[in-house]
Write a protein that binds this ligand. Structure first.
Ligand code: 7PM
Length: 291
């Protein structure tokens, strides 16, 4: 466990905005894909992404307490079909531009494509979230050139097949080794250590036991020295334990968010922003008691 007071940790600088490391942060999910696993294309009209609906969704999440919005146009759900770069650009860039023009929030672009990174950053994104940890050719360079913070996530396999028989030597050590190596690759490419976030990638090529062990052992990942981001909201590990469908997973998602923050997570990626922000405010209150 760290002996340094969280208040002394340097803030994360996202463009002109700073995020305070002493306060757990909620990253609200704005999924612009038609088959988003839990918001089911609700931002679509007549088969096309409706920019106004997407913007209203984004504004709502900010009003509910999101300090970061994660805007993505590629579905990484298990079994999802790949999306073309042109389509990803078309879904993401206009929304990033509109949100950047009208709202005071950190905009995270959820992409693995260097072109989408560049265009989204030009449109106002100030954080890069890549479920492939900048492994695509050109992604490290595009991220480094932006000068912005990056979130490196662990995934085993590829979205289409990652959930059939995931296997590890030791899931916690394997994920820690991978994230450590990607952090080193970032530093070699010129992305400073203070600009790196790490994410174990819950649900990305992991069995229920793998997910639970990673959650329990988050402090091992925290020891890598970068702030942690976690995405547990409505994920199938909850369905496996409770046998609840995706819209009946709020209470369990909040429990997991609190447990993750207790174990050292800083940013929680969530669908239900108001409820998550309330839960994390309780974590903060307890962390802040005067001795
Ligand atoms: C299955 C797996 C279904 C994942 C849906 C998802 C994360 C992310 C996503 C995450 C970071 C979802 C996702 N999950 N980015 N993008 N961390 N950094 O729940 O856990 O929306 S997609």
């Amino acid at each position: 466990m760290s002996t340094q007071s969280p208040a002394r940790l340097p803030p994360l600088q996202c463009g002109s905005r700073t995020l305070d490391r002493a306060t757990p942060q909620v990253m609200g999910i704005v999924n612009t894909t038609p088959d988003s696993f839990s918001d089911g294309g609700s931002l679509y009209r007549a088969g096309r992404l409706d920019l106004e609906s997407a913007f209203l969704r984004a504004r709502n999440l900010c009003e509910q307490g999101a300090t970061i919005l994660d805007i993505g146009g590629e579905s990484t759900r298990p079994g999802a079909a790949p999306v073309s770069e042109a389509e990803e650009l078309e879904r993401v860039v206009p929304l990033v531009r509109r949100v950047a023009a009208e709202m005071d929030v950190v905009i995270s672009v959820d992409t693995s494509s260097p072109a989408v990174m560049r265009e989204a950053v030009a449109a106002g994104a100030t954080l890069i979230n890549d479920v492939r940890a900048l492994e695509r050719p050109g992604a490290l360079q595009a991220a480094a050139a932006s000068g912005l913070p990056v979130c490196l996530m662990h995934m085993q396999g590829q979205p289409g097949t990652m959930q059939d028989r995931p296997a590890y030597h030791d899931v916690v050590e394997d994920v820690a080794d991978y994230l450590g190596a990607r952090m080193a690759a970032c530093e070699s490419a010129g992305i400073p250590r203070q600009q790196i976030l790490l994410d174990p990638g819950f649900g990305f090529g992991k069995s229920l036991q793998h997910n639970l062990r990673l959650l329990d052992q988050l402090p091992r990942l925290q020891a890598l020295g970068a702030p942690l981001l976690v995405g547990l909201s409505r994920k199938s590990l909850i369905g496996k334990i409770l046998e609840r469908d995706v819209h009946q997973r709020l209470a369990a998602s909040l429990a997991l968010a609190v447990l993750a923050v207790e174990r050292g997570a800083w940013i929680v990626r969530a669908h239900d922003v108001r409820e998550t922000a309330d839960a994390l405010a309780m974590c903060r209150a307890l962390a802040d008691i005067t001795p």
